[in-house]
Design a protein around this ligand. Structure first.
Ligand code: PMP
Length: 359
């Protein structure tokens, strides 16, 4: 029996994908070996690699003016690689702080040059996406960095800023959850372990002309251009993770693409937010209404004791991963693309039942 998996990441992977990987595990494409055992220079692997790239381009509508890269080191390495490559000596990198991950991204940039916090909602415990900032005075900045979805706090950008300088987004926890206009961004990055598959590969989508502005004095393996010039095959890539990514992307396509997935995500999150909103204050959403995330739904219960009881009873019913992050407390349900609608509906029903019994 499969659990109702609400883990924040690594997280649910579509059952169809796992079953296909299982079927192909010991003999991939009649090669007599697993995809893990193929040379990364072989034709069979190259097809997997290029298929993942092509599918991501198709699903997100990524123009030819962008490179799609498969890197390692997680989103956390991107926190450093971005300023290392793009924070020029006489310029400032601007950061909008909307949660702990944006704070971490900023911390790394500080090691490489001038930074500025353009806006922050820290004082409100990151319960909303900051709106009080002006883009007028950042004209000479190196780039503007945002976190599109705040995994811990459960907030998400609805409308991205129209930035006069290159816009960079950490989309680790919401890539492919809804349609986006890639052309608003100079660089998008995302660790795979939420919406794209297992951990081990980080996707980077970067505009070619932005790449050309990169600083030269960067170690080879940490230069985006190294990977762009070698189709992400400069060194051995995480071949199994990229194979899994290709299967997840096939699955997204089979579901009808990102637009169809978005509609399902809205329904899924809708069930859980309704259970919160209709609970007469028993459950309280952490995020303000205009900043609510489709992916990570954060909420609190009236007290510690009820929270513990809720989590215990949830666990007994196979609802896994609902404890909130320690900086928010309470609960968090991560309803990524691969979390079935039925799981969200079952959770919403359980929440209502629990509230009726305990209020
Ligand atoms: N950014 C966001 C928004 C995240 O949710 C996470 C991981 N939870 C990270 C960055 C860090 O990712 P990684 O563990 O892949 O370095």
């Amino acid at each position: 029996m499969r659990a109702y998996n609400f883990n924040a990441g690594p997280a649910a992977i579509p059952l169809e994908v796992l079953e296909r990987a299982q079927k192909e595990l010991v003999n991939f494409n009649n090669t007599g070996m697993s995809v893990m055992e193929l040379s990364h220079r072989s034709k069979d692997y190259e097809e997997v690699h290029n298929r993942a790239n092509a599918l991501l381009r198709e699903l997100l509508g990524i123009p030819d003016t962008y490179e799609v890269l498969f890197l390692q080191g997680g989103a956390s390495l991107q926190f450093s690689m971005i300023p290392m490559n793009f924070l020029q000596e006489n310029k400032t990198a601007h950061y909008i702080l909307s949660g702990s991950w944006s704070e971490k991204a900023l911390k790394e940039a500080k090691a490489f040059g001038e930074t500025r916090i353009l806006a922050s909602s820290k004082e409100e415990n990151y319960s909303r996406i900051p709106t009080d900032y002006s883009l007028e005075d950042i004209k000479d900045g190196a780039y503007l960095h945002i976190t599109s979805n705040n995994t811990i706090f459960g907030t998400q950008w609805n409308e991205y800023p129209t930035s006069p300088i290159p816009l960079i987004a950490d989309m680790s926890s919401d890539i492919l959850c809804k349609e986006i206009d890639v052309e608003k961004f100079s660089l998008i990055y995302a660790g795979a372990q939420k919406n794209l598959g297992p951990s081990g590969v980080t996707v980077v989508i970067v505009k070619k002309d932005f790449l050309e502005t990169a600083r030269p004095n960067v170690p080879t393996i940490l230069k985006y251009s190294t990977h762009a010039d070698n189709n992400s095959l400069y060194n051995t890539p995480p071949t199994f993770a990229i194979y899994m990514l290709s299967l997840v992307l096939e699955w997204v396509k089979e579901q009808g693409g990102v637009k169809a997935i978005q509609k399902v995500n809205e329904e899924k999150a809708g069930y859980i937010y309704s259970a919160i909103d209709e609970s007469e204050g028993f459950y309280k959403a952490h995020a303000t209404e205009d900043s609510r995330s489709l992916m990570n739904i954060t909420f609190t219960l009236p007290n510690e004791e009820l929270t513990k009881k809720f989590l215990q009873e949830a666990k007994e019913r196979q609802f896994i991963g609902l404890a909130g992050h320690r900086s928010v407390g309470g609960c968090r349900a991560s309803a990524y693309n691969a979390v079935p609608k039925e799981s969200c509906l079952a959770l919403a029903n359980f929440m209502t039942e629990f509230k009726n019994k305990n209020s």
